[in-house]
Ligand binder design. Structure first.
Ligand SMILES: [Zn+2]
Ligand SMILES: [Zn+2]
Ligand SMILES: [Zn+2]
Length: 255
């Protein structure tokens, strides 16, 4: 199974519009981060988690020709606003989008036209598929498990596939519920915003602590903001934890 990082930045992306800080003006391409999203491929199956504002550019950059489904972690703009571009995948049949009820309710409110019985010609035709806490489901031929997480006061979804977990925008892992669900995870992709504490995101060190509690062998930070440059993160946290970057590809275990 292959994971491709389509984006690794926080909600503003990096560089931030109008910002002239050292990271935003860095010439290192690793410091260019679109909104966080990953592509997971196994055989002929391809699934994307989240479609932020830059989904179209990310899909073109990664050469995506076919998608079986999109899984949504939550309905914040930086994870959702590229949804309209899914229309290329729904020409022949409704395209499934997965998420918790609360997420899909918000998605339907923001993009009502994508879920109508008789859609406007040319509009995306999507099917909302609800998943429950801890539910194991298959998208394409890839098996996922929904992992509930707290993101500030919001209950959102992370996803496990094989021995990899993608937990972004997390401020609380909900250990009582998830300890067993995360058992055996080797590769952890986890949101880590910055060094300073934040009410709805882990810092780098909180993310590392969570990874050690899970027992992960390798950690990739994502959803990173402009306060910390790629080189800086690498020098401080590698080899156990590394900064993911846009375009990074990982080969991960199928099960
Ligand atoms: Zn976010
Ligand atoms: Zn900046
Ligand atoms: Zn968020």
């Amino acid at each position: 199974m292959k994971v491709t990082f389509l984006g690794t930045g926080t909600s503003h992306g990096v560089p931030v519009i109008g910002c002239s800080c050292p990271v935003c003006t860095s010439t290192d391409p690793h410091d260019n981060r679109m909104r966080s999203s990953i592509l997971i491929e196994k055989g002929d199956s391809a699934v994307v988690i989240d479609t932020g504002c830059e989904f179209r550019m990310q899909a073109l950059r990664a050469g995506i020709k076919h998608l079986d489904a999109v899984l949504y972690t939550h309905a914040h703009a930086d994870h959702l606003m590229g949804l309209d571009d899914l229309r290329v995948f729904s020409k022949n049949e409704r395209f499934p989008v997965y998420g918790f009820t609360s997420t899909l309710d918000a998605v339907r409110k923001i993009f009502p036209y994508a879920f109508r019985e008789l859609p406007y010609k040319g509009a995306p035709r999507l099917e909302a598929v609800t998943v429950e806490d801890g539910e194991i489901f298959t998208a394409g031929t890839i098996e996922f498990q929904a992992i509930p997480l707290m993101h500030g006061l919001m209950r959102i979804a992370g996803y496990r596939f094989g021995r990899t977990a993608y937990l972004t925008d997390v401020s609380d892992i909900l250990w009582n519920e998830n300890r067993e669900r995360l058992e055996g995870v080797r590769t952890l992709i986890i949101g880590a915003l910055r060094d300073r504490p934040h009410w709805s995101h882990f810092t780098f060190s909180e993310a590392v602590d969570a990874a050690r509690t899970i027992g992960a062998e390798k950690v990739y930070f994502t959803h990173i903001n402009h306060e910390t440059g790629y080189r800086d993160i690498q020098e401080r946290f590698a080899p156990y934890a590394e900064s993911a970057y846009d375009g990074l590809e990982l080969e991960v275990e199928d099960e």
